[in-house]
Design a protein around this ligand. Structure first.
Ligand code: BMA
Length: 382
């Protein structure tokens, strides 16, 4: 009797048991889906090199963060690359090249031979390929002219709504601007016959007022549509498949949220923020701490890598130990994959020391920190 009853009990429980197992696995899957949502890239047809780059960007944070410099190998203080030299102020001072290379493709949209800062596009392509060959990471910003006025990025004439689908300037944006951008991105394919993967960071600092895609010139909704249409056209219409897409606002002013202009997880692979020093070291330390904590929280929630996409102090005229005591101290625990210092244009506009600049010996110490990864360190990360 007891035996019979037990059999009966088991038979009765069996379907419940299977159902529970099923429910358990389903719930695991949804948790998994959440935490792994960004194993999926924006571009479902991204080349395998793009996946490799994405994994590398994620792996960096296990060791520290990479050091990057805008236009590192294109020019420096007192020199300009004419195609026959390969150097960088970073290397001249500290003996190693940056791990991350920023370039800007502003003016490619109108087929100019060189970008807005006079870097020849053919040379830029060579420098991108060389950086990639050396195991560096490439990130491209874009300062396009205002398509309504043909003036610079800083011409804040309201234009975004006109270049969206249905707008009077849409065909100019699509057929001219984006077609030329796509053409250039697709030309980055000459390394061992394979496409060079890059991080593309268009329409940055949108929460500031100074660009035609900024907060005084378009609404958040128009901005998000611009982003989505741009990404979709590049991938679907122009078959660009060597790109990761990075969303990067500027410093968050009072009342601003990091995600105010965010176009959605389906359209973004990585997050960034641009934070410059405009006043005291102490103020900058606070800015870095505050905004990088926000970036870290959102990056972790979204399971997306993130970077300090632009940073620095123009002219490096504060403390001599700015590199270790201001920059590194306030970013080293933030979980960023890299910091990109802005360009060394001239002695009145530079972000990385040249020989004998007053922070150069501290920069050498900074380069030696084990968690700050320059090119030789980055070569070891797969
Ligand atoms: C700014 C300045 C400009 C430059 C622009 C795009 O911060 O460096 O001189 O044209 O970036 O690189």
């Amino acid at each position: 009797m007891i035996y019979t009853k037990k059999i009966h009990f088991d038979n009765y429980l069996l379907p419940i048991f299977y159902l529970s197992v099923l429910l358990f696995f389903c719930s695991c899957k949804s948790v998994n889906n959440l935490s792994q949502s960004h194993l999926l890239l924006v571009d479902s047809n991204a080349k395998s090199q793009v996946h490799t780059l994405y994994n590398k960007i994620k792996s960096i944070t296990k060791k520290g963060y990479a050091f990057g410099h805008q236009d590192a190998t294109a020019y420096g203080i007192g020199w300009k690359n004419n195609g026959s030299i390969y150097k960088s102020d970073v290397n001249l001072v500290a003996g190693d090249f940056p791990g991350v290379y920023g370039f800007d493709i502003g003016h490619i949209e109108t087929k100019q031979p060189h970008n807005l800062d006079t870097v020849d596009f053919k040379l830029m392509k060579k420098l991108i390929l060389k950086a990639h060959k050396d195991n560096g990471i490439i990130t491209l910003s874009w300062h396009p002219n205002n398509p309504k006025t043909n003036k610079s990025s800083w011409d804040t004439t309201s234009t975004v709504k006109d270049i969206l689908k249905g707008g009077i300037l849409h065909s100019k944006y699509k057929e001219e601007y984006l077609k030329n951008v796509a053409k250039y991105l697709k030309q980055l394919n000459k390394f061992l016959g394979k496409d060079v993967p890059v991080v593309f960071r268009p329409f940055h600092e949108m929460n500031g007022w100074w660009f035609w895609w900024g907060n005084k010139s378009c609404t958040p909704d128009e901005y998000k549509r611009l982003w989505r249409e741009t990404v979709t056209l590049l991938i679907k219409e122009y078959n660009v498949h060597n790109v990761l897409f990075m969303y990067s606002p500027n410093l968050l002013n009072k009342g601003q949220q990091f995600l105010d202009y965010y176009p959605g997880d389906k359209y973004v692979d990585l997050l960034g923020i641009d934070l410059y020093q405009y006043s005291s070291d102490e103020d900058y330390a606070n800015t870095l701490k505050k905004d990088l904590a926000i970036l870290k929280k959102i990056g972790n929630e979204k399971n997306m890598p993130y970077a300090l996409s632009e940073a620095g102090l123009d002219g490096l005229n504060s403390s001599d130990d700015w590199w270790t005591n201001v920059l590194d101290k306030n970013i080293k625990d933030s979980g960023i994959s890299w910091v990109l210092l802005w360009r060394n244009a001239r002695k009145s506009h530079f972000y990385v020391p040249y020989k004998n600049q007053k922070t150069s010996s501290n920069f050498i110490q900074y380069q030696k920190l084990p968690h700050v990864l320059f090119l030789n360190d980055l070569k070891k990360i797969k």
